[in-house]
Design a protein around this ligand. Structure first.
Ligand code: SAH
Ligand code: F3S
Length: 449
């Protein structure tokens, strides 16, 4: 049977989509190749959020095409996911050796199309059509892929986003918001728990909008909170996480859920984007600075020690030095546990790309560096505060860099390394933090003194 190699760019949703495609192909008898050099099929699952991510995948494909021409005749090459969706046929026009372009609503057709291409029944396939119910097709898991993935799994709960932030290409690549049903998601999580999974991360572009049209608010609880409650009931699961929420989805029902549902881990990745009300408005984010800081305050009250992570864009069109300073001041005020900082990148067919006052690249760079410095200083201080403390971790497996070390995560989503062995695999255990490294805590499992 043919072998396949999938390389993934971008977010956790893409990782999850790739896993589902791999599981689908394995179920059809394909094997997973160790490298692209030995694979009959190479698929690039792409990201469009920034130009840089697109260029990386295009360069990689050029490279693959060159190698296939030289040494690997007959190798099938394909693009999947967001860039496949937004560029479609254009990708084959540019690189005619590409055989397959499969959009974000068609992952479940991968096996069928590859069979046709491998059998020579068709020579090129581009499918970027929309498909009703495609949100419920990302459900197969490959838990035996590596020890690391077997204790923790991603579950896709919805597709698309209707927020239409003016900088963002996701509503175009992922389409309208469409949610799976609660029973369907619970069934998937239950099966995962039976297969030994202890932690699930519920995934979507804007998970706090889950079930907005499909699930009626009940006792003041949104569809998303109802989903959290239903997943919380599942025996065997010990931890629940989700990403990405939108600040506007942090109603009191969700804040209370943190206090009420012990399996819901005290960690939240809440994208801020900017600390300036003027820029937030231009971004069409739907909240102001004060609303954001208010949410963080409430969450910290409900769950002291909660890890708060965020995304920030610098150099959005029209961002002045004063606007940027608002972002700096918000970061000083909130003290994020970590923040992912992005230089604004013009995306095709988005309103922000058409705005006047595009910020020069040099200023985007400079603001990126200044913000990074501040965020890192605060993050390091927060890491250091763990020294001497006892934390609960879920052990994921041996560390990639050093097999004598095991790695786990705290409930607040920090990585902990410790001298471990196979007997620690998949355990929930307490460790004492001895020192910190770059975005890592080093723990000692022998905490009983
Ligand atoms: N809710 C989605 C957001 C996807 S994009 C999710 O997390 O899956 C992830 C982050 O990329 C956003 O929060 C934003 O900070 C950044 N981003 C999105 N579009 C961008 C652009 N055009 N330029 C720079 N950064 C961008
Ligand atoms: Fe993008 Fe904004 Fe949705 S960042 S994914 S349009 S919430």
């Amino acid at each position: 049977m043919p072998s396949v190699f999938i390389k993934t760019y971008g977010c956790q949703m893409n990782e999850r989509d790739s896993e589902a495609v791999a599981a689908q192909l394995v179920a059809k008898g394909y094997s997973l190749a160790k490298s692209e050099a030995t694979a009959d099929v190479v698929l690039l699952n792409t990201c469009s959020v920034r130009d840089f991510a697109e260029q990386k995948a295009i360069n990689k494909m050029r490279n693959l095409v060159g190698n296939a021409r030289k040494d690997r005749p007959g190798q099938i090459l394909g693009y999947l996911g967001c860039m496949a969706q937004s560029r479609g046929q254009e990708l084959i026009d540019k690189l005619p050796d590409v055989d397959l372009v499969l959009g974000t609503q068609k992952f479940h057709r991968a096996a069928e199309y590859l069979d046709e291409l491998l059998a020579g029944k068709r020579t090129k396939i581009v499918d970027t059509a929309t498909e009703a119910k495609s949100e419920a097709t990302i459900r197969e898991h490959l838990l035996n892929g590596s020890a690391k993935t077997s204790v923790s799994a991603f579950v896709s709960i919805m597709q698309g986003c209707n927020q239409h932030c003016t900088f963002c290409i996701v509503p175009a690549t992922r389409g309208e918001e469409r949610s799976r049903t609660i029973p369907d998601i619970v069934a998937e999580c239950r099966e995962l728990a039976l297969r030994g999974v202890k932690e699930v991360t519920l995934l979507g572009q804007i998970v706090t909008s889950f079930g907005k049209r499909e699930v009626t608010v009940s006792n003041g609880k949104s569809g998303f909170v109802q989903l959290l409650e239903a997943v919380h009931e599942i025996e065997g699961l010990a931890r629940i996480r989700f990403t990405s929420p939108h600040p506007k989805g942090y109603g009191d029902d969700l804040v209370e859920a943190y206090a009420r549902l012990p399996k819901l881990c005290e960690s939240a990745h809440i994208p801020l984007q900017s600390g300036s009300d003027r820029i937030l408005k231009l971004m069409h984010r739907g909240y102001a600075r004060e609303k954001f800081t208010g949410i963080i305050q409430k969450l910290r009250q409900a769950k002291p020690g909660i890890g708060i992570y965020t995304d920030i864009i610098v150099g959005f069109p029209g961002e002045t030095e004063e606007d940027f300073e608002q972002t700096l001041s918000l970061c000083r005020e909130v003290e994020f546990d970590n923040a992912y900082i992005f230089k604004y990148s013009e995306r095709r067919d988005t309103p922000a790309a058409e705005m006047a006052d595009q910020v020069p690249q040099a200023i985007r760079e400079e603001r990126n560096e200044r913000l990074l410095k501040l965020v890192n200083e605060i993050a390091a201080r927060k890491y250091d505060a763990f020294i001497g403390k006892q934390v609960q971790i879920l052990v994921e497996g041996p560390s990639k860099k050093n097999a004598a070390r095991y790695t786990g995560r705290t409930r607040c989503n920090r990585i902990v390394l410790f001298d471990g062995s196979a007997r620690h695999q998949s355990q929930i255990m307490d460790v004492k933090i001895e020192r910190t490294g770059s975005f890592t805590l080093y723990g000692d499992p022998a905490i009983l003194e």
